[in-house]
Design a protein around this ligand. Structure first.
Ligand code: HAM
Length: 421
């Protein structure tokens, strides 16, 4: 049957099998988040436009879904959850003891050009750690992302950078905050920054420095190289020292990484250590996680508060798992209860509710006769069928049929709860 309607471009329908796989992955991620002491929050799907546009950056602003509601308020569908979660923190939790550790799962909306792994509605799972100004907080946030992804069996590469380094070099060369954001945005998109740097008026030597630093990718020695190049810039050196400490702690935690001082992130609120995770086996849209230290509380009207966090792109995480492991659909044990006549319907319903106390179970709802019910169960992949028949019921029994082994036996109804489905 075809409908006259199709789903909007860039959106997806998720069918039961995929949904089961998703929920399993979400559960595993949730367990790791909670294992580190994070607690779940939920925010509205739409927010005031201004919250979203403050410090989010040009890239996000260009891709917003926004509209005026019937009272003329400017509203935007959330393109990410960091700004909404920080608004929630400031409205509800700013007086609580630090650190505040929050996690979330939610759908986000960006009017981007759809392609594999890039959608207009997609899901993020993320955390925000609020209140600790120390490098161990940043190291723990990065380690948490790594352990959550390892926990679901994904192969990936982690890159760590520091957005303040490039920003500070640009600032020292006279670039305004706005111009710095433009350059960072261009670097994030992989665009050539030559003309832009010249237009902004960055002197030739500093232009060269920006190129060199943004191209520094590698192991520990890369950091030493950067320190040599920037030893005269006190502010930048302090940033590199801090980054060094984060990397040492990560090594202690057994996390492998690559340093990339060219990571610019697409959002303007980042202010320090940043990181991105790329999944092996995905095409152009291989970035499955992005995060870092950011500054938002003060621009949202509150006290400056140290904050860092990250978000996984759940859809990409699932695509990557499928590409890497061919993730088979989760096989759940299904049990079908079939009454042999309409008179036994009430007994069948009772038996369903006994089993549902500890396993999932379905009642035959199409009133199929037994033989047709059995072939239906076979075709649909039910593992067990419970046949509720007159004669057995009188003795307090039902028939349990194992569909895989093609065997059956009588089971006392009082003993049903002992069966391991
Ligand atoms: P983001 O890098 O913009 O960061 O998004 C996080 C992840 O969402 C990306 O790494 C990607 O996997 C996924 N994603 C983004 N756009 C799309 C899309 N159109 N379709 C599918 N997946 C997409 C943030 O949103 C920050 N709020 C992360 C953060 C939390 N930073 C600090 N705390």
């Amino acid at each position: 049957m075809r409908s006259n309607f199709s789903k909007p471009r860039g959106t997806r329908d998720i069918l039961p099998e995929e949904m089961e796989g998703r929920r399993k992955v979400e559960e595993a991620i949730r367990r790791v988040f909670e294992g580190y002491g994070y607690r779940e929050v939920q925010t509205p799907t739409f927010e005031h436009l201004e919250l979203i546009t403050t410090k989010s950056g040009e890239e996000i602003r260009r891709h917003l879904y926004h509209f005026k509601d019937k009272s003329g308020r400017e509203i935007a569908l959330r393109p990410e959850l960091t700004a909404p979660v920080m608004r929630l923190y400031m409205e509800e939790l700013s007086h609580t003891t630090k650190p505040v550790k929050l996690y979330y799962f939610g759908n986000c909306f960006r009017y981007e050009r759809p392609q594999s792994g890039r959608y207009r509605e997609f899901w993020q799972a993320g955390i925000e750690l609020i209140g600790s100004p120390y490098p161990e907080a940043e190291a723990e946030v990065i380690a948490l992302a790594v352990y959550a992804l390892k926990g679901i069996g994904l192969k990936f590469d982690l890159q760590i950078g520091e957005v303040g380094v490039l920003r500070e070099i640009l600032g020292c060369s006279g670039a305004s905050d706005e111009d710095q954001a433009k350059v960072m945005n261009a670097i994030d998109k992989g665009e050539d920054i030559d003309i832009l740097l010249t237009e902004i008026g960055i002197p030739a030597d500093d232009r060269k420095l920006v190129y060199t630093i943004s191209g520094l990718v590698g192991g520990k020695k890369t950091l030493e190289k950067a320190k040599k190049l920037l030893e005269n810039n006190e502010g930048v050196m302090a940033r590199l020292e801090r980054l060094s400490r984060v990397l040492e702690l990560l090594e202690e935690l057994g996390v492998t990484y690559q340093l990339n001082l060219g990571i610019a992130r697409g959002l303007d609120y980042y202010s320090g250590v940043v990181f991105e995770v790329y999944a092996q086996g995905l095409g152009a849209q291989k970035q499955i996680c992005g995060g870092g230290t950011y500054t938002l509380t003060d621009v949202l009207g509150g006290e400056p508060t140290p904050t860092c966090g990250f978000a996984f792109g759940l859809d990409r995480v699932l695509l990557a798992l499928e590409a890497q492991t061919g993730m088979a659909p989760v096989k759940k044990t299904r049990v079908l209860v079939v009454p042999t006549s309409e008179d036994l319907l009430e007994d069948a319903v009772k038996i369903c509710s006994i089993i549902r106390e500890y396993a999932s179970c379905e009642l035959e709802l199409m009133r199929r006769k037994l033989s047709r019910a059995l072939s239906y169960a076979n075709n649909e992949g039910f593992s067990f069928v419970i046949i509720v028949g007159d004669e057995e019921l009188e003795r307090g029994y039902v028939v349990l049929r194992d569909m895989e082994k093609e065997t059956q036996r009588e089971v006392n109804i009082k003993e049903l709860h002992r069966i391991k489905f």
